[in-house]
Design a protein around this ligand. Sequence first.
Ligand SMILES: Cc1cc2nc3c(=O)[nH]c(=O)nc-3n(C[C@H](O)[C@H](O)[C@H](O)COP(=O)(O)OP(=O)(O)OC[C@H]3O[C@@H](n4cnc5c(N)ncnc54)[C@H](O)[C@@H]3O)c2cc1C
Length: 410
Amino acid sequence: MRVVVFGAGYAGLTLTQQLESSLPDSVELLLVDETETHLVRHELHRVIRRPDVIDAIEVPLGSVLDRARVVTGRVDEIDPQTGLATFQEGHAPGIASEDGTLSYDYGAVCLGSETAFYDLPGVCEHAIPLKRKAHALSIRDRFLDLCEAVEQGETGRVVIGGGGLSGIQIAGELAALAGERGLSVGPVDEPDATDEPLVEIVLLEQLETLAPGFGSAFQRAIRSALVDHGVDVRTETPVREATADTVETDAGTLESDLFVWAGGIRGPDATAGERPTVRSDLRLSESTFVVGDAGRIVDADGRSVPATASAAIRASETAAENLTRLVEHDLEGSAEFEPSLERYRYSVPGWAVSVGDEAVAVVGGQVLTGQPARKLKAAIGGGYLASTRATRQAIQLVQSELGLPGFPGQ
Ligand SMILES: Cc1cc2nc3c(=O)[nH]c(=O)nc-3n(C[C@H](O)[C@H](O)[C@H](O)COP(=O)(O)OP(=O)(O)OC[C@H]3O[C@@H](n4cnc5c(N)ncnc54)[C@H](O)[C@@H]3O)c2cc1C
């Protein structure tokens, strides 16, 4: 019997590690990803300011797995009805059959999400998203060019579309990077009395608040931290279109030297851009489960689960339990009905986001800022990495987050 996990992000890696210990040894277990590493994506914005952080947030898959076989290749399509995955031509040699397909008895789609541009004219062409390391480095390069221009007396404005967790943390990172270059952050149209060189960072969110879906005290604390960093936060301001040097919003046109898009997600290419809806047992078909950003999960209480790393990790525990029950049932050859399946109930103890070197956290309804929030944020990232057995990366991430000596660049 063969079980295949597609995607080695938070959902896929956690699920595979659990299946390594829960599935009988006779079951072949494969983990498929287009890269050979697990990326701690929720820290990707850090790479904009500190490229060395990539060393702490990329984990070679082979170093944290025991018996699962890692298959490197890009999946083109997954058919959950037939239990068949198709690879891009030439990918997954030795595993995919000659026609590029791989069949499975049970599988889990954990392929994450891609950036959604919602067909807004010019946005895909002119904005940089933040999903991969290359995006972070490209945002960094463009921002440093902008800083140089400002140092030579020109104006410089960055527009970030989307005020969710990703847009918030990108804005914080750029503001901190400007500060490290000795530049102030503020509105370029209203230079202050000192005529300091200014970088303007505008964060646009179409809804009424930043961090939509989170508690109002957390939202207010994030906004206040961003404003303290000089970021111009504009809510109820949807982006309509973009050109090479402008961003069109409902409130008017903004000239823009750099446009970063964090406005939403869509399903992976391998599911035709869709995020299929699954109920709390996470089962999409007889053979296939969906976990993490790749699906829209409705939990045991009928709540829609947010697309976050914390939800992906926790839901994968339910998926591991359910897959194991089904595999054991099949191996027993039992004529009995299928076993009942666990139902995932969404619950996270709290949240923490960075705003440059500051952080804002909420735990048990209480909002934290300053050192407690910063330490909590470092502990969450480090704790997660340690739980995947990536001990070196866990230590490096905590050192980097807390600015401790030992990490390159500190
Ligand atoms: C800048 C930023 C900040 C964020 N901050 C937070 C935060 O503070 N807290 C939080 O909870 N969440 C945060 N998130 C969201 C979080 O990163 C995602 O919700 C999380 O990554 C989803 O996990 P996943 O396992 O579903 O997908 P991913 O982690 O995206 O993993 C998907 C995997 O599938 C692989 N893959 C994709 N397509 C293919 C294919 N066709 N073939 C083979 N392999 C493929 C990818 O290589 C990847 O390894 C942030 C995201 C960003 C970008």
